[in-house]
Design a protein around this ligand. Structure first.
Ligand SMILES: NC(=O)c1ccc[n+]([C@@H]2O[C@H](COP(=O)([O-])OP(=O)(O)OC[C@H]3O[C@@H](n4cnc5c(N)ncnc54)[C@H](OP(=O)(O)O)[C@@H]3O)[C@@H](O)[C@H]2O)c1
Length: 319
C-alpha cells in the first residue's frame, strides 16, 4: 500500500509517498481501508519536530475515515465492511490503510461521507470537550468562538448553536465569516479589524461573554479576559507563543482560564463524546464542512495551506 512517510523532521517537503507493506491486525486490532484523511494543525507541529517526536520514519495523521478491511480474532462488535472514522491509529492516517486499536475505531453513519468522517475526531471532540466537559456551557449562555472559520471553530459553532447558546464567531476572511454565519453563529466579527471586540458589549447587551473558546491565545488571551462576563470561562485550545495578561481581570470576574490538550484524554473520557457525535451526525446537528480535498500525494501542499490565513472548514486528503 502507499503511505506518506517522514524521514527527517522539517518543512512540508519532508513528507514523501512511499510503497510500504500491507498492515496486519493483531488480536485486538482493526485494519481500516482509508478513504479520506483529515489534516490538522498538530500534524504540522509533529512533522516539523516542534512538539511530539515519533521515531523516524513515521506516517503522519490522526484522523481518517474508511471501511474496515480486517479485524483481529479478539475484536467484537465490528467487522469487515463497516463504515468507520478513526481517532488515532498505531500506524498513522496519511496512508491507504491504517492499523488501529479497537477503541480508536468508531461507526460512521450512512449519511456521513468519508470526507466528512475524516473531519470528525480532532475538531469535534476538541470542541465538545471544551464547550461541555471543561467550560460546562449551558443553554442561554453567550459563547465567543474566537477563530470560528477553521476545523475546531465550525464544530464549536454547530455544537453550541444546537445546545441553545448565543453564538458569536470570528473569522479573518469574508468567505470564512460567511461560513461561520451559515453554520449557525448569531453574529460574526473580523478578528483582524481594529477594536472588533468593542462590539461584544453591544451584542451581549452589556453582559459580556460567558464562555470563550480560544484558538490563538498568545494573541487574544488578555482581550478575552476583558470581554468576559462574571463567572466567565476561557478554554485555551490553540496557542502559538507567549502573552502577558493582567490577572486582576480574572479576579474581578471570578473567571477561569482552562487549558486542554486532546492527547490528555483517556479512551474512557472520549467514549461518551464519540457516542454523542454519532447521534449528532445522524440527526444533522453536526455537519462537517470540507473546504478542500487534495490527493494524498499532495500532503505537503495541505500542510502549507492549513498554516495560512483564510481558513474554511477542513482540508482532507484522498488516498
Ligand atoms: N488543544 C487541543 O487539543 C487542540 C485540538 C485541536 C486544535 N488545536 C489548535 O487549535 C487551533 C485551531 O485548530 P483548527 O483545527 O481549527 O485550525 P484551522 O482549521 O487551521 O483554523 C485556524 C483558526 O484560527 C483562526 N485565527 C487566525 N488568526 C486568529 C486570531 N488573530 N484570532 C482568533 N482566531 C484566529 C483562523 O481564522 P482565519 O483563517 O479565518 O483568520 C481559523 O478560524 C490550532 O492552533 C490547533 O493547533 C488544539
Amino acid at each position: 500500500m502507499k503511505a506518506i512517510r517522514v524521514w527527517a523532521f522539517g518543512g512540508p517537503e519532508v513528507m514523501q509517498l512511499d510503497d510500504v507493506p500491507d498492515l496486519q491486525a493483531g488480536p485486538k486490532q482493526v485494519v481500516v481501508r482509508v478513504k479520506a484523511v483529515g489534516v490538522n494543525p498538530t500534524d504540522t507541529y509533529t512533522r516539523s519536530g516542534t512538539s511530539r517526536k515519533p521515531p523516524l520514519p513515521y506516517t503522519p495523521g490522526i484522523d481518517a475515515a474508511g471501511v474496515v478491511e480486517s479485524v483481529g480474532e479478539e475484536v467484537t462488535g465490528i467487522g469487515s465492511g463497516a463504515r468507520v472514522y478513526i481517532s488515532g491509529s498505531v500506524s498513522g492516517a496519511y496512508a491507504e490503510q491504517a492499523l488501529c486499536e479497537q477503541y480508536q475505531v468508531h461507526p460512521l453513519p450512512e449519511k456521513t461521507s468519508f470526507a466528512q468522517g475524516a473531519a470528525i475526531n480532532v475538531p469535534y471532540v476538541t470542541a465538545y470537550r471544551a464547550l461541555f466537559q471543561l467550560a460546562k456551557s449551558k443553554s442561554g449562555e453567550i459563547v465567543l468562538v474566537h477563530g470560528a472559520s477553521g476545523g475546531v471553530g465550525i464544530a464549536a459553532v454547530q455544537l453550541a448553536r444546537a445546545a441553545g447558546m448565543q453564538v458569536i464567531g470570528t473569522g479573518g476572511s469574508e468567505r470564512g465569516r460567511n461560513l461561520v454565519i451559515e453554520q449557525g453563529a448569531h453574529h460574526v466579527l473580523d478578528h483582524h479589524a481594529p477594536n472588533y471586540l468593542d462590539q461584544i458589549q453591544v451584542l451581549s447587551k452589556g453582559h459580556g461573554v460567558d464562555v470563550v473558546l480560544e484558538m490563538l491565545a498568545n494573541v487574544n488571551l488578555e482581550k478575552d479576559l476583558k470581554i468576559l462576563a462574571m463567572y466567565g470561562r476561557i478554554v485555551v485550545i490553540g496557542s502559538r507563543g507567549r502573552i502577558e495578561i493582567d490577572p486582576r481581570e480574572a479576579m474581578t470576574r471570578d473567571a477561569s482560564i482552562l487549558g486542554m490538550l486532546l492527547f490528555n484524554m483517556t479512551p474512557e473520557q472520549a467514549a461518551p463524546i464519540h457516542a454523542a457525535l454519532f447521534t449528532a451526525l445522524e440527526n444533522g446537528t453536526i455537519r462537517p464542512v470540507i473546504g478542500k480535498q487534495l490527493p494524498l500525494a499532495q500532503a505537503p501542499q495541505a500542510h502549507r495551506e492549513i498554516m495560512e490565513p483564510g481558513a474554511y472548514g477542513k482540508i482532507v486528503l484522498i488516498p
